[in-house]
Write a protein that binds this ligand. Structure first.
Ligand code: FAD
Length: 381
C-alpha cells in the first residue's frame, strides 16, 4: 500500500482546501446553523464538483474526473472538515450515481448521471422505514405492476437529501421474496416529504417520504426484479467508507481546534498544552485519527481495485465512527467551560459525531459482519 498521495491527489486536496478556506467556509459560517435552502445547497455543491466532489470517482463520459474513490474520499475529508452539512448531499449523489451506473438502463443513465455528477440534481436512497432499520430485508414498501407502471405505496424515513431530492432510488418489495430498486422521478411521480429535526445536521435534509399510489414507468427499475438487496450491499461498501471519512473529517477538525486552544489557554502558570494529561489526550486523538484514516484508505483502495471488501469497510466504519465520538468529546474537554458554548465549534462537532455510528449500518451491525467473516457463523436470518 502506498502511503504517499500521488501528485494528482495532493493537488486535488490542496485546491479544495484553498477554496474552502478562502471562499466557501466563510460563506457557510455567515449563513449560520439553519437549514440550507435547496438552491443554495445546489450552488455550493455544484461549486465543489469543480474540485472533484461527486465527480472524482465517475467516468469522464458522464462528466466525472475518473480519479477513483480514494481521491474522492480525500476531497470529501476536506469538505467535512469545513462543513458536514454541505458535504453530505454530494456523498449521497456520488453513491447514488454509482448505483445507477452499475444497474440502470442506458436510457436512465443518460437521463440522470450527468445532472447528479454535476450537482445539478439531487438523489435520495430510500431503504429505511418506520419498522425497518438494521434488517433491510424486511422492507414493507410495495410496488405492484399495473400495465406499463409500478404503483408504489409505503413510507420511508431518515432519508438523506429527502427535501432536496429530484429522484428517489426506492427499495421496495415487488414480490413476496423479491426486493427491487425503482427510480422515482419526483417531477413525474410526486411524493410527499417531511423533514426531521435532529440534534445536529439540521443544515441539510433528513426526511420522511410518503409514497401514496405513486405511479412509476416500468422502465425505471434498476437491474432485474429481486436485485435490490444485492445491489444495496455492493454500494454499502462505498457508503460505509464515506461514513468513516465523515467521522475522520469531524475528528480532525476537533483536534485542530483543541490544539489551537491548548496553545492559547494558560492555567497554573503555563499553557495547558504543557500539562501532561492534556498532551496525552492530544497524542491519543492524533493517533486514533490516523489509525481510522489508514483503515479507511485500505478499505476504499480495495474497492478501487475491484476487490470485495465488506469486512475491511465494516472495520473502517465502526472504528472511525466510534473514534470520532471520543476525539470530539476530548476536544470539548480541553476547551473546558468554553467548549459547551456556541462560541466554539467543538460543541457542534460533538453533536455531529454522536450520529456517525448509526447510518449505513450501526456499529453493532458492522461487528456482526466482521465476526461472520471470522467464524463463518452469521447472526442474520
Ligand atoms: C442522519 C441519518 C441519516 C440517514 N440516512 C439514511 C438514508 O439516506 N437512507 C436510508 O434508507 N436510511 C438512512 N438512515 C437510517 C439508518 O440507516 C438507520 O437508522 C440504521 O440502519 C439503524 O436502523 P434503526 O434506526 O431503525 O435502528 P434499529 O435497527 O431499530 O436498531 C436499534 C438498535 O438495535 C441494534 N441492533 C439491531 N439489530 C441488531 C442485531 N441483529 N444485533 C445486535 N444489535 C442490533 C442497533 O445496532 C441499534 O443499536 C439514516 C439515519 C440517520 C440517523
Amino acid at each position: 500500500m502506498d502511503f504517499l498521495p500521488g501528485d494528482e491527489q495532493r493537488m486535488a486536496v490542496e485546491s479544495v482546501r484553498r477554496f474552502l478556506d478562502d471562499k466557501l467556509e466563510p460563506e457557510i459560517r455567515a449563513h449560520g446553523p439553519g437549514f440550507i435552502p435547496r438552491d443554495l445547497m445546489r450552488r455550493w455543491t455544484g461549486e465543489l464538483t469543480r474540485f472533484g466532489h461527486i465527480a472524482a470517482p465517475h467516468d469522464e463520459e458522464w462528466g466525472g474526473l475518473d480519479m477513483g474513490w480514494l481521491t474522492h474520499l480525500m476531497i470529501f475529508e476536506e469538505i467535512v472538515y469545513s462543513s458536514l452539512d454541505v458535504a453530505i448531499p454530494g456523498f449521497i449523489n456520488a453513491v447514488g450515481a454509482e448505483l445507477i451506473r452499475r444497474s440502470a438502463s442506458p436510457e436512465l443513465q443518460r437521463r440522470y448521471l450527468p445532472g447528479l455528477i454535476a450537482g445539478e440534481l439531487f438523489v435520495s436512497m430510500g431503504i429505511s422505514e418506520p419498522d425497518v432499520g438494521s434488517d433491510v430485508a424486511a422492507v414493507k414498501t410495495r410496488a405492484v405492476r399495473d400495465g406499463d407502471h409500478w404503483v408504489i405505496n409505503g413510507e420511508k424515513t431518515w432519508i438523506t437529501n429527502g427535501a432536496y431530492s429530484d429522484v428517489l432510488v426506492c427499495t421496495c418489495r415487488t414480490g413476496e421474496n423479491e426486493i427491487s430498486h425503482i427510480l422515482i422521478d419526483r417531477a413525474e411521480s410526486p411524493y410527499e416529504v417531511r423533514d426531521i429535526e435532529k440534534m445536529a445536521l439540521n443544515g441539510q435534509s433528513t426526511a420522511q417520504i410518503f409514497l401514496t399510489d405513486c405511479r412509476v414507468p416500468v422502465g425505471n427499475m434498476l437491474g432485474q426484479p429481486g436485485d435490490g438487496l444485492r445491489n444495496t450491499l455492493k454500494v454499502f461498501e462505498i457508503a460505509r467508507c464515506h461514513m468513516a471519512m465523515w467521522s475522520i473529517g469531524i475528528a480532525r477538525r476537533a483536534l485542530d481546534e483543541a490544539i489551537a486552544y491548548a496553545k492559547e489557554r494558560t492555567q497554573h502558570g503555563r499553557k495547558i498544552a504543557g500539562h501532561q494529561l492534556i498532551a496525552e489526550k492530544l497524542a491519543t486523538m492524533a493517533t486514533q485519527i490516523d489509525a481510522a484514516r489508514l483503515l479507511t484508505h485500505r478499505a476504499i483502495s480495495l474497492v478501487d481495485a475491484g476487490v470485495r471488501a465488506e469486512t475491511e469497510c465494516a472495520m473502517a466504519k465502526w472504528y472511525a465512527t466510534e473514534m470520532a465520538i471520543g476525539v470530539t468529546r476530548d476536544a470539548l474537554q480541553i476547551h473546558g467551560g468554553n467548549g459547551v458554548t456556541r462560541e466554539f465549534i467543538v460543541e457542534r462537532l460533538v453533536r455531529e459525531a454522536i450520529i456517525c455510528p448509526i447510518p449505513d449500518g450501526t456499529t453493532e451491525i458492522q461487528k456482526l459482519i466482521i465476526s461472520r467473516a471470522l467464524t463463518g457463523v452469521g447472526a442474520f436470518r
